[in-house]
Unconditional design. Structure first.
Length: 714
């Protein structure tokens, strides 16, 4: 009697198992069973697993591959009834040390698809199979299972077109797997489907895996989000600790309800962008996902390109959300790597490199991102506008109250406010404004140089006049900003001076004179060591700012500006500090000596006259041999050099007695100082009380402080 179709298939399969040969797929075999004979190409499964890349931050990728396989098996099913995919989370119940839920040890994925029929089983046993190439299949999904799990238990029911009834194939897939073990046997079943159990979660993937069904559902949706948008998407459930979670309901609730779609082209290649507002509370980062074949591959944190997306956003109804964008294109489908962990396309660092491509004209990832970011900003235009309005109010208040040097930027605020994070601190705002001002200064200098270079090429004088006029208007604005910054600096220095001459509330003592000295000019340095912005000679006299050389608390013998053997410098315990410098067109056109005395000192005597000490200093300077910048002596009548002397101190009763005997000493109208000209010494001198020093400097700068609204309480 002639055997039935099922009996024939069973005999063939049992013969293959009996001889235990390395099987080769027979084309047209109804069960996908294996024959024996000449060996074909041999594949090292263990080596494949070792060489397969799976980053530890992608621990769920093997699970996602199994779910995608389930989707594809359902798509191949001829029956139109509703289909289901169930993901069961398996946990290590022996982990008694955990206080909450046990750690995840594996997953079981069950579907109602066509099962491991001949074509699917043949593809499973073929390295780098191209059976699902048109659907983005790389033939590596099952290899990735063994990268993260110790073994995979597969149980599948399928039917064949040339046999009656159903067949069941159950086997274990591990590094020692051979196709001959995957026998198929008749089974009494009315429906097809497959269960794939991923067993033995390996480290480091196990520790990196999300812990809850809700988190896994969100990760799954993000990975195959575009499949959930399809009309024939099957029902997907996650079972965990006796509870059921519908992934489709999570998608409808957190993703689909607020979806948007955009289409754009780059180099005649079409791209499609979907935008979603995710309401889930645990999600915090706004991301742009690059997808291939409806599966997420890599993502960018949108915060790096849209600073306004640094935290969760609120819509017009007050709902908090995070924005997720997914971009797909045939271009990305062709360039995804085998492991689906990245794309073989140019990044920012090599976007300028001219590299030939076998897949057509290159489009860099930065170009794709730039186009996507524009559409994301369109989707969030209303929300971003509200964020920017709040930031503008904070920035304007900061500039008006604390940083008037940036007022010039306020008219351009709308141009760069989006680059400042919503939760920016004062330090962040200061840094952003400083950077913006610097960038504008650089552009203006470049523009000025370009106008000057092109001036001889411009035939129309009116055109040139207009260009130079526009340029000067903008440049003057930047000059005003720089002046505002300098005036703000003066206000701070005056506040420091006020504190430097005030009595300590703790011990009732006054600071030493070196506090004021250091504020005016850093001690034991010269003008060759100290940059201009660290000098505050304007506190004494604005004219002193224009000098050729200055030394502060340095012995004459160590000054390089002239030759003098004197090591005269008062001992630090005497609290005498000297500053000597020359000013004018020539280094020796005038000499100025400034001497600081301790605040509230009241023990001056005739032989301890601070003016006499300063006069002696001037005599030492006049007796020296001045040198030019090359170190050559300058022959001049140095005893005729005009000299000025400033003594900065508190005019106490003992000092007043000493000054009564000084040649030509006159008291100032405010009775806060003395001035005069010593005829024999040929020195003009001033004695300035600390209160007068502070008050006069405040008066000279008051108009600037008022204009910049930084007057404060004074």
């Amino acid at each position: 009697m002639k055997p039935s179709k099922m009996e024939t298939a069973t005999i063939r399969l049992s013969c293959a198992e009996k001889y235990n040969k390395h099987p080769v797929m027979h084309v047209g075999s109804p069960l996908g069973h294996h024959g024996w004979g000449r060996r074909m190409f041999k594949s090292n499964l263990k080596g494949q697993v070792r060489q397969t890349l799976l980053p530890k931050w992608r621990p769920l990728l093997p699970l996602f591959e199994a779910v995608v396989n389930a989707f594809q098996a359902i798509q191949e099913s001829p029956r139109r009834a509703s289909h289901h995919v169930v993901v069961e989370i398996e946990r290590d119940h022996t982990d008694l040390l955990r206080d909450d839920r046990p750690q995840i040890s594996g997953f079981k994925i069950t579907d109602t698809g066509v099962g491991f029929n001949a074509e699917n089983f043949d593809s499973f046993n073929t390295s780098y199979s191209d059976y699902k190439l048109d659907r983005g299949g790389k033939g590596l999904g099952r290899i990735m299972w063994l990268k993260a799990f110790s073994r995979v238990e597969i149980d599948s029911v399928f039917v064949t077109p040339d046999s009656d009834g159903a067949w069941r194939r159950a086997f274990t897939f591990n590094e020692g797997y051979t196709p001959g073990r995957a026998t198929a046997n008749p089974v009494a079943a009315t429906s097809t489907g497959t269960s794939v159990r991923l067993v033995g979660f390996k480290e480091p993937y196990r520790s990196e895996c999300p812990d809850t069904a809700e988190q896994i559902a969100h990760r799954l949706i993000e990975h195959i989000l575009l499949l959930f948008l399809q009309k024939d998407c099957p029902m997907v459930d996650i079972h965990d600790l006796g509870e059921r979670l519908s992934v489709n309901e999570v998608f409808e609730r957190d993703f689909k309800a607020l979806a948007s779609s955009h289409t754009f082209s780059l180099n005649d290649v079409e791209f499609k962008l979907h935008g979603f507002r995710i309401m889930a509370p645990r999600v915090s980062k706004h991301r742009l996902v690059y997808a291939a074949n409806c599966r997420g591959v890599v993502s960018d944190n949108l915060k790096a390109f849209i600073p306004n997306l640094s935290g969760r956003l609120n819509d017009s109804e007050g709902n908090s959300f995070v924005y997720l964008a997914v971009v797909q294109s045939p271009y990305l489908d062709l360039r995804v790597n085998n492991a689906r962990t990245d794309f073989d396309i140019n990044h920012e660092e090599d976007a300028e490199v001219d590299q030939p491509s076998l897949l057509g004209e290159e489009i860099s990832r930065s170009e794709i991102r730039e186009a996507c970011v524009k559409h994301v900003q369109q989707d969030l235009a209303d929300t971003i506008q509200e964020i920017n309005a709040a930031k503008e109010a904070r920035i304007i208040a900061y500039v008006e109250e604390e940083a008037p040097q940036y007022k010039i930027l306020m008219r351009y605020l709308s141009e760069f406010v989006s680059q400042i994070p919503p939760a920016a601190t004062k330090a962040d705002i200061e840094a952003s404004l400083h950077r913006e001002l610097f960038q504008r200064e650089v552009k203006m200098k470049q523009e000025g140089s370009r106008i000057i270079k092109e001036a001889d090429k411009i035939e129309n004088y009116e055109e040139y006049q207009k260009r130079i006029s526009d340029f000067m208007n903008k440049y003057n604005e930047l000059g005003v900003s720089a002046l505002a910054q300098y005036v703000g600096h003066r206000k701070i220095i005056l506040d420091f001076l006020d504190r430097a001459i005030s009595r300590d509330q703790g011990n009732g003592k006054y600071p030493l004179e070196k506090a004021v000295h250091h504020l005016v000019f850093p001690m034991r340095t010269t003008s060759e060591d100290i940059p201009y912005y660290q000098q505050n000679l304007w506190l004494i006299d604005e004219r002193l700012t224009y000098h050729s050389f200055i030394s502060s608390d340095v012995p004459f013998s160590q000054m390089g500006a002239f030759d003098c053997n004197s090591a005269d410098r008062p001992d630090m315990f005497i609290f005498d500090r000297k500053i000597a410098f020359a000013e004018g067109e020539q280094p020796i056109s005038s000499i100025v000596v400034v001497e600081f005395k301790r605040p509230q000192r009241n023990d001056y005597k005739a032989n301890d006259n601070p003016l006499s000490q300063s006069f002696d200093m001037i005599e030492n300077v006049r007796a020296g041999k001045f040198l030019d910048q090359k170190g050559r002596p300058i022959s001049v009548a140095s005893d005729q050099i005009p000299a000025y002397c400033y003594v900065i101190c508190d005019i106490t009763p003992s000092l007043q007695k000493v000054l009564l005997d000084m040649d030509g000493a006159e008291i100032t109208p405010d009775r806060q100082g003395y001035y005069g000209y010593h005829r024999r010494r040929r020195v003009y001198y001033e004695v300035i009380d600390y209160n007068k020093l502070l008050r006069d400097a405040q008066k000279r700068n008051r108009i600037f402080f008022e204009k910049l609204n930084i007057l404060g309480n004074r």
